[in-house]
Design a binder for this molecule. Structure first.
Ligand code: PMP
Length: 306
């Protein structure tokens, strides 16, 4: 389904009506994937609309570009101000924020160094990423035949648009085979992450998640869940995860800005635990909802819109 238009998009310091927010067809990013983006959420909390973890998202955005020698012409404070203003101008109560830094129109060779670094920030409404059913009952997922990039090929710590060609392959294969999402292994054959989510498993009461070195994006929801789990008294271990551990885990779940905390009820048609969301997944889900819905924010993770 096409996304519903909102009023304006911020581009390089100006607010442009949605329909006029266009780029030249020769834009570098369109030809070579030379862009970096974020996905951030605004929740309509009990205390009003608030952005969840805005600062770490903008930091990751700027750092993603930096890994490719692209310097954002706008610093974190300017991007924060622009983001909040874009939400206000579009009168959004609850939405998804999509900022993008991209190599713009100029040279057409692969070398991007002489092309401008442009920035845009858009906001729009986006529902449950893996479907409402998956969020409530658990998702049926598979291990993908596509692997995440080897460490000396693409920097997976960057949220770089080009990396998402790999994510698209994982996602399309999963959907064509009747699953909602795929889990990729890394180049060594160990578990990495979903096409757009990090992964946790629960085994004998402890939580396990894959480390940065397993070709993952350093997820902000992942960091959030690690903090919430520790506060709930659970031990969290970052370690390499062999594929077969997924099949015998008591619980498995995805984390991500779009997916939030999505329970996984089967992997490759093998039931995870009892084939329904497990108690630790649910307690983390509730703790997360308590922050973003009830505004029970002892962490300072919410930035209110007004
Ligand atoms: N991995 C990938 C590949 C992703 O695209 C995302 C979504 N941004 C995540 C993990 C989760 O990251 P976050 O919790 O910061 O949204």
């Amino acid at each position: 389904m096409p996304i519903a238009k909102t009023d304006v998009i911020w581009i390089n310091g100006s607010f442009i009506p949605w329909d006029d927010a266009k780029v030249n067809i020769m834009t570098h990013a369109l030809h070579y994937g030379s862009s970096w983006f974020e996905g951030i959420r605004v929740y309509n909390t009990k205390k009003g609309p608030a952005v969840f973890r805005l600062k770490p998202h903008l930091k990751r955005l700027i750092n993603s570009a930096k890994m490719f020698r692209a310097v954002s012409p706008y610093g974190p404070e300017e991007l924060e101000k622009a983001t909040l203003e874009t939400i206000k101008r579009n009168k959004m109560q609850e939405c998804y924020i999509r900022p993008l830094i991209y190599r713009g129109y100029g040279d057409i060779g692969v070398n991007p160094l002489n092309n401008p670094v442009d920035v845009m920030i858009s906001v729009f409404v986006w529902g449950a990423y893996l479907g409402k059913d998956a969020l409530e009952k658990g998702a049926d997922v598979c291990v993908s035949s596509w692997r995440r990039a080897a460490p000396d090929t693409f920097p997976t710590m960057a949220k770089a648009s080009g990396n998402y060609l790999n994510s698209s392959l994982i996602k399309m294969e999963a959907i064509m085979n009747g699953y909602v999402e795929g889990i990729a292994l890394d180049s060594f054959g160990l578990v990495s992450e979903g096409s757009g989510e990090n992964l946790f498993l629960v085994y004998e009461g402890k939580l396990y998640t894959t480390p940065f070195a397993s070709a993952i994006l350093p997820g902000i929801t992942r960091a959030t869940v690690v903090q919430l789990a520790k506060d709930l008294g659970y031990e969290v271990v970052e370690t390499m995860i062999p594929r077969e551990w997924l099949y015998i885990a008591d619980e498995v779940f995805f984390t991500g800005t779009a997916a939030e905390i999505t329970p996984i009820r089967s992997v490759d048609k093998i039931a995870v635990g009892e084939g329904k969301p497990g108690p630790i997944t649910l307690s983390l889900h509730n703790a997360f909802q308590d922050v973003v819905r009830n505004a029970n924010d002892k962490y300072g993770w919410l930035t209110y819109i007004s």
